[in-house]
Design a protein around this ligand. Structure first.
Ligand code: GLY
Length: 391
């Protein structure tokens, strides 16, 4: 069989397989860059990176909601390289999160303990990591409101502050609960995870597949108050990182439960976000900000979405999601890395922490770095990554 030049060129543009091959050396170089950056920066880090200012990390000593990502990056670096120094850094910083196991004042326990302690258990089989993660899951389910069937996002228990507030990000905290059920054989963790995911599906997802950041309930009766926002542009907009949390979180819940409605939800969110992407493949911070698509970008939303889409492709059997993920990952590696700045302490630039309050625009974020590394490993070393995060 012979191919005309036109046929070959057409195939090169259309075939995701060719683009994978073209990208794989870029992906390997990018992961090498990430590991080199960690080696350079980690010796001076004794707290939890929160965001960069003028290319240097600023820190949150308690871990805030981000404390799982720094140890998580080192576990991923250890997984890739086998370098014991990364394991030591991972252990050292994960241990600093220990007091948060009993923190019932936030929903963020999955963000905190999954990339750090659950991964630690999966890679080392040391039961103390597993027990700590289960303890964190026990703290998290105390935030479940059984009238509204949701996990309360913010505010200390027993206070009225944000008592009826559910947010899209919580979808990412549910896998800590599925892990706890799997490890203990107790269904109470999984039951809360499934109930919260069903509520998110019912209340957040609009007919076009977009989502608000927040949904408020009457905390006493569980009745709907309605959509709202904290980090998005408005209650009717679609914050791109929230949408990415949803794609990732619903796909995970489908993998854990095999409930078709979660796969359907993940696909709906993914289809909306992919349709809203511009040709540069980096999400704008909110798909419906008045300036969108010509507004500031959020590379972290791209990295999270790439992970979610790779998982969704495997779960749904639809290669188009994988092709889209690879295009995003390729764009992140080509246009968002910090490679040209020697003094930069992070890996991925062009992140947006909170555009609405104008805090952290065009910065690096530990979750941008973490999910970039996770996405690269999903492509380069899928079996090893599956062992670390339980795919
Ligand atoms: N979970 C908070 C955020 O994504 O900024």
């Amino acid at each position: 069989m012979t191919f005309s030049r036109r046929t070959l060129l057409g195939a090169a543009v259309a075939s995701p397989v060719l683009s994978v091959e073209a990208s794989s050396s870029l992906f390997r170089e990018s992961l090498d860059y990430a590991l080199a950056k960690l080696r350079q920066v980690a010796p001076n880090v004794t707290s939890f990176p929160e965001e960069t200012k003028f290319e240097k990390w600023t820190y949150v000593n308690s871990g805030g909601w981000v404390g799982g990502f720094w140890p998580g990056m080192h576990w991923l670096a250890f997984l890739d390289s086998g370098d014991e120094q990364f394991r030591r850094w991972a252990v050292e910083s994960a241990l600093r999160l220990a007091p948060r196991r009993t923190d019932t004042s936030t929903h963020d326990l999955g963000f905190l303990f999954y990339p750090s302690w659950v991964t630690a258990y999966r890679l080392t089989s040391d039961a103390s990591w597993r027990d700590g993660a289960v303890e964190a899951a026990s703290s998290l389910i105390q935030r479940y409101n059984d009238k509204g069937r949701f996990i309360r996002a913010w505010g200390a228990l027993g206070t009225p502050n944000n008592a009826g507030r559910a947010i899209m990000d919580t979808m990412m905290n549910l896998d800590l609960l599925t892990f706890a059920s799997e490890q203990t054989g107790e269904s109470r963790f999984l039951d809360v995870a499934v109930a919260h995911a069903l509520t998110t599906r019912a209340k957040f997802i609009r007919p076009d597949g977009s989502t608000p950041h927040v949904f408020d309930f009457n905390p006493d009766t569980g009745e709907d108050i309605g959509p709202n926002t904290n980090q998005g542009y408005s209650p009717t907009s679609c914050w791109s990182r929230g949408q990415a949390w949803g794609i990732y979180g619903f796909t995970t819940m489908y993998r854990r439960t095999r409930r078709r409605e979660f796969l359907e939800s993940a696909r709906k969110l993914a289809d909306f976000a992919l349709d809203a992407l511009t040709p540069d493949h980096i999400p704008v911070w909110d798909y419906r900000s008045p300036l969108a698509p010509n507004d500031v970008k959020d590379s972290s939303a791209g990295a999270i979405m790439a992970c979610g889409l790779l998982d969704l492709a495997a779960a749904s059997g639809r290669f188009s999601y994988r092709a889209a993920a690879l295009r995003i990952l390729d764009a992140l590696c080509r246009t968002c890395l910090t490679t040209r700045s020697e003094r930069h302490e992070a890996i991925l630039a062009r992140g947006t922490r909170n555009r609405r309050t104008e805090t952290g625009i065009e910065v690096s974020l530990p979750y941008g770095d973490y999910y970039l590394m996770e996405a690269l490993l999903r492509v380069l070393k899928p079996r090893e990554l599956a062992r670390a995060i339980g795919l």
